[in-house]
Design a protein around this ligand. Sequence first.
Ligand code: EPS
Length: 427
Amino acid sequence: MRAHYTISLGSKICRLRLRDLYSSLVHIIHHHEFSIMHFTFTTAGESHGRALIGTIEGLPAGLPISLDFINHELWRRQQGYGRGGRMKIETDQVQILTGVRHGETLGGPIALMVENRDAGNWGEVMSVTKPAVPLERDRKVIRPRPGHADLVGGMKYDRRDLRDILERASARETTMRVAVGAMAKQLLAEFGIGLASHVIQLGEIKSAASDAGFEQIRALYDDDVLRCLDKAAEAAMIARIDKAGIEDGDTLGGIFEIVAAGCPAGLGSHTSWSSKLDGQLAQAVMSIHAVKAVELGEGVANVALPGSQVHDEITYDAAARTFGRSSNRAGGLEGGMTNGAELRVRGYLKPIATLRKRLKSVHIETKEVLEADFERSDVTAVPAAGVIGEAMVAIVLAQAMREKFGGDSLREMRRNFEGYQQQVLEY
Ligand code: EPS
């Protein structure tokens, strides 16, 4: 009789012969065969095209879904002092095309769509078919903006109209990330995990409330100005945005912070580079347009302090049978795993690259030096980036929760979660 090996892939048990085991493992690694348990998503769409599309796989069946909640999250992303004219045109509304019935997920792929209202003004320019005669106003982009994807994207994809690059490079894409993040947030809420964000720096102006706790930050959830807890700093930020936008024709960066409360200890893993949750969070937040640095907890300040002032001392509450930390400079992560404290992630944004105060560039055809193209744009998008950051952190946490607790249905996932909670209490 030939020897068989039993392997377990999440909830699936497979019996394989040795030669098949090897090829299956290679297949699994390369093709993510076990993605059923993985929360994955893709977005598609151009900034001035017909619509933005998102597809999601890996949510359990039976998860209650609220359209109002998703639309409210989309509204939050559109707020914030310093946004440009486009936000007056759009009122982002999601349509769920597949995977949800009678308000609950079915366990299959989910397709989402948000139509671009501005697309009505761009019909011919963004047409799928080639116009029969050259357009009078073709809105071609040939003077790449420094700091934008325009030039290197044009070179790499061999496009001579840089609109072919900027349409996809635009931060409009983050609309769909927020819709997907809203689905992830609804999963996390079932397990008592909540997220919120605030602005802790805009340009050179810092909030004095960068150490605020989750409840304080959460109270600002629907603020439509800057979501900054320090009101004196907020007034100065508004004045700074006015100066940059109105007087200088310039743009501003800043820092947002995302806080997630209620994460169980043990999401992510110390065992492999790719399973470390801190690495996954850094990638997810860094992938947001204009984010150039990501900080976990007090990661930046910690480098200048001795270890004795950095590491959070361990405590034990005998009545609740839980371990804790006396402080949270680590931002809720140790060894690439959540430790049960508030998860704190900061994103640092560079100023937006589309400037009215034009910088020098080079015409891609004639090669003459001239000023970069200007498209209508925002002065700053730091508050919006915080909402997008919440979505990206929610997605990473939902992925980690699906990986750890699996289950085809929410009920099965909850049972696994509760069993683990009990095990941790007994530790
Ligand atoms: C963006 C340029 C502006 C922003 C846009 C991002 O768009 P438009 O060129 O249409 O005025 O408003 O952001 C959004 C549309 C959005 O939904 O956030 C860019 O070039 O990245």
